[in-house]
Design a binder for this molecule. Structure first.
Ligand code: NAD
Length: 255
């Protein structure tokens, strides 16, 4: 329970990877603010299980992010640990890519991390301790067709993370990103129908020949594995890891 007394805010933590990260941090004693969409009963249950409070701020809206960050500071303090994880996907060739989807992906997957970070860093500097952990993706290092906005946002967050790491290096703060390959979550499941349509493939072909084609282990990463790496990055043992882009992709980007 080495995170007792620390406050963690995990964006997009009502599902998938974010939920697993929230569970892993709560298991080490962190006080949690969770964020994301979901039905009221499920959110209440999740808050009960984690001893967390939920804020439904829409990560595409800077004013809602500001309100959430102020609420976190007022009601819990901190955050000491900020995990920028909220993300969406849209799969389409660039010449057919809907501009409003581009804007939403850049806002949620990239700009939201700027807004939370700029508001969290002053408190971390004051305490001389902080962790900024961004869920990037193998797509922060390599591209795939039909994911122009996602790949742009993820390359962007990798660069943003390095800059924050340099600026906070003397303040007891580390900033890193984790870059998973394909993790079996609702986000991945949701892109199967579009990929079937754009590439004319069956569900099995999309899973084996597209999603896991690039992952040499031929296994999906698990959300719990990502949660465990986040917990490690919060340890004092990880104090010298900053500005890193940590791949967890079954060997994908080694190829
Ligand atoms: P998911 O769809 O299961 O969860 C996404 C979370 O973000 C949910 O809690 C959702 O409510 C929240 N969210 C979406 N839009 C939001 C908004 N506007 N405001 C606030 N919350 C919002 O997805 P996931 O697979 O767990 O993905 C989480 C992160 O991991 C994303 O940044 C994604 O790009 C990244 N990632 C996922 C994979 C993968 O294979 N699943 C691989 C690499 C990186």
């Amino acid at each position: 329970m080495f995170l007792q007394g620390k406050v963690a805010l995990v964006t997009g933590s009502t599902s998938g990877i974010g939920l697993a990260i929230a569970k892993a941090l709560a298991a080490e004693g962190a006080k949690l603010m969770i964020n994301g969409f979901g039905d009221a009963a499920a959110l209440e249950q999740e808050c009960g299980e984690l001893g967390a409070i939920h804020d439904g701020a829409d990560m595409s809206k800077p004013d809602e992010i500001e309100r959430m960050m102020k609420r976190c500071a007022d009601e819990l303090g901190g955050p000491d640990i900020l995990v920028n994880n909220a993300g969406i996907q849209h799969v389409s060739p660039v010449d057919e890519f809907p501009p409003e989807k581009w804007d939403a992906i850049i806002a949620i997957n990239l700009s939201s991390a700027f807004h939370t970070t700029r508001l969290a860093v002053p408190g971390m500097k004051q305490k001389k301790w902080g962790r900024v952990i961004n869920t990037a993706s193998a797509h922060s290092l390599v591209a795939s067709p039909n994911k122009s906005a996602y790949v742009a946002a993820k390359h962007g967050i990798a660069g943003f993370t390095k800059t924050v790491a340099l600026e906070t290096a003397r303040d007891g703060i580390t900033a890193n990103c984790i870059s998973p390959g394909y993790v079996w979550t609702p986000l991945v499941e949701a892109q199967i129908p579009d990929t079937m349509k754009t590439r004319g493939l069956t569900r099995e072909q999309v899973m084996n020949d597209v999603l896991l084609a690039a992952q040499p282990t031929k296994k999906f990463v698990t959300p719990e594995q990502v949660g465990a790496l986040v917990v490690f990055l919060c340890r004092d043992d990880a104090a010298s890891i900053t500005g890193a882009n940590l791949s967890m992709d079954g060997g994908w980007t080694a190829a």
